[in-house]
Design a protein around this ligand. Structure first.
Ligand SMILES: *Cc1c(COP(=O)(O)O)cnc(C)c1O
Length: 498
């Protein structure tokens, strides 16, 4: 569709050039006094060429970034049904607490006597995580889920090494998030994929057949990335324990069971928790995250530096061998400082404002909402596994393909309708997957609107309008981008001469 306006703007949605395209030489938004006693502002040095920074007035800068921010679609703008990412509302109370100067202005090298309150926050989050999971210890420093996985698997490796039983293989179900095999592989383990069964769960017989004295761990996500509860998990736990290995649980989907099921009762030895998924806190676009790892009694001594200790002077962080308790055997250190303070404050605010019963309700409502979507859409799209599901509803592309379009085409058409698309093409075990996670935050009206839109799009598709989908999005600031080209040949610098 050709632009209909002369300016390129559409209504109040502006076509926004780069700052480099807007700038003029010599223009500036600040007016500094002449530096006294210096020959020029470069201290006498001569500039060899143009620095290449755009010259802009203050209003130009403000408008540019305000307009860009208005193009951003986020959880505060509308429905954000990305599966596996748990994009839920971040209550503003969280933000208010995280901005209290006593938290926001902390320096990580302050003396412990001046940060007792902050250490108490970390300790309280740790206590909640241990209570909710039933596990013995928790490492708070990992910066996100993926680093939590690394932390948990390094604790497992340290425990195995200590007993003189270094093992070489890690079992990972085929439906796992890519970070699971990546974590195991980056630690030098051979990743052995376990196929799924017709019910969308890990195949128990195939799993048992792969067990052996060289298996260090199985990394299981529960509920899994198909949105289904791995109901053989007790058998899995018993079998891996009998074989001398550990059950690593990927806890990214903990929001589906928090307050209802304790991972310790499922035989889990360690599990990372994405605070930024289960306990709100803003995320997306690369950060920030926070991925504490809960650990069994056998694994807890291997948790990395730094970790909290209580002594007669109060709370402090053990940073190295000199100030660690005698029974500690840390495998090393993962992160410069003690984790993501702002995320701890937000997560604790969320925990305290919901309470134990409120968190359980979060899980109940998330599961209810996902089942509402699944029930409403399973005859429109095609659902590979019958319900009920847990916190996310999974569809495949059988119906879309039968009508000549792809999952990507459908996702792009949703953008025109004002919806952020669901997760697509993940999990890989389902052809052309569409994974929808409404979370507990969505109202029934919001879900109904989305359902009506999907139904209307399907009616359009079934009446033969394939081009409508293949040409989408038409109404977004940009049409369909060449993602392959963007990944292969990214243009990261604006060159006016080019
Ligand atoms: C999000 C996610 C991860 C990785 O967590 P990050 O915090 O993004 O590093 C791992 N596994 C699953 C199932 C996830 O959804």
């Amino acid at each position: 569709m050709k632009e209909v306006t002369t300016s390129g703007h559409r209504g109040l949605d502006f076509e926004e050039p780069l700052l480099f395209e807007q700038g003029a030489r010599g223009r500036t938004g600040v007016d500094l006094p002449e530096a006294k006693g210096a020959k020029n502002r470069l201290g006498g040095l001569q500039r060899k060429g143009d620095v290449g920074l755009p010259g802009l007035s203050e209003p130009q800068v403000i408008r540019h970034f305000t307009r860009l921010s208005q193009k951003n679609y986020g959880i505060d703008t509308g429905f954000y049904p990305l599966g596996s990412c748990t994009m839920k509302h971040n209550p503003r109370l969280n933000e208010k607490m995280a901005r209290l100067p006593g938290f926001a202005s902390l320096h990580p090298l302050q003396p412990f006597s001046t940060v007792q309150g902050a250490l108490e926050v970390i300790d309280q989050v740790a206590a909640w995580l241990k209570t909710l999971t039933g596990l013995h210890g928790v490492a708070m420093s990992p910066a996100a889920g993926a680093q939590g996985e690394l932390c948990g698997m390094m604790a497992i490796r340290a425990a195995l090494t200590e007993r003189g039983d270094a093992r070489s293989r890690v079992l990972v179900p085929e439906s796992a998030h890519g970070t699971n095999p990546a974590t195991a592989a980056s630690l030098g383990y051979q990743v052995d994929p376990v196929p799924g069964n017709a019910r969308g769960r890990m195949d128990l017989d195939a799993f048992r057949a792969k067990l052996g004295p060289d298996v260090a761990a199985v990394m299981l996500t529960n509920p899994n990335t198909c949105g289904l509860f791995e109901n053989d998990i007790l058998e899995v736990a018993n079998a891996i324990h009998d074989a001398g290995g550990f059950l690593y649980a990927d806890g990214a989907n903990f929001n589906a069971i928090v307050g209802r099921v304790r991972p310790v009762d499922l035989g889990v030895d360690c599990m990372h928790i994405n605070l930024h998924k289960t306990f709100s806190t803003p995320h997306g676009g690369g950060g920030p995250g926070s991925g504490p790892v809960v650990l069994s009694k056998a694994l807890a001594p291997f948790a990395p530096y730094p970790f909290l200790v209580h002594d007669e002077k109060g709370l402090r962080l053990a940073e190295n061998g000199q100030d660690a308790p005698k029974d500690a055997k840390p495998f090393g250190r993962l992160k410069g400082f003690h984790g993501q303070m702002g995320m701890f404050v937000r997560a604790l605010t969320y925990m305290l404002s919901h309470g134990g019963d409120g968190l359980r309700q979060v899980a109940d409502d998330a599961v209810l909402n996902a089942n509402y979507l699944l029930a409403a859409l399973k005859d429109e799209l095609s659902a590979p596994y019958p319900g009920p599901c847990m916190h996310e509803a999974l569809f495949d592309d059988a119906t879309l393909r039968a009508h000549g379009i792809t999952t990507l085409d459908f996702a792009k058409a949703l953008i025109d309708e004002g919806f952020h698309p669901m997760t697509i093409y993940f999990p890989l075990v389902v052809h052309g997957a569409l994974l929808m996670e409404p979370t507990e935050c969505e109202s029934r009206e919001g879900l109904d609107q989305f359902i009506q839109t999907v139904k209307a799009l399907m009616a359009r598709l079934k009446s033969g309008e394939t081009a409508y989908f293949q040409e989408a999005p038409r109404l977004a600031p940009r049409r369909r981008l060449d993602e392959t080209q963007a990944a292969r040949r990214p243009v990261l610098r604006f060159r006016p001469e080019a």
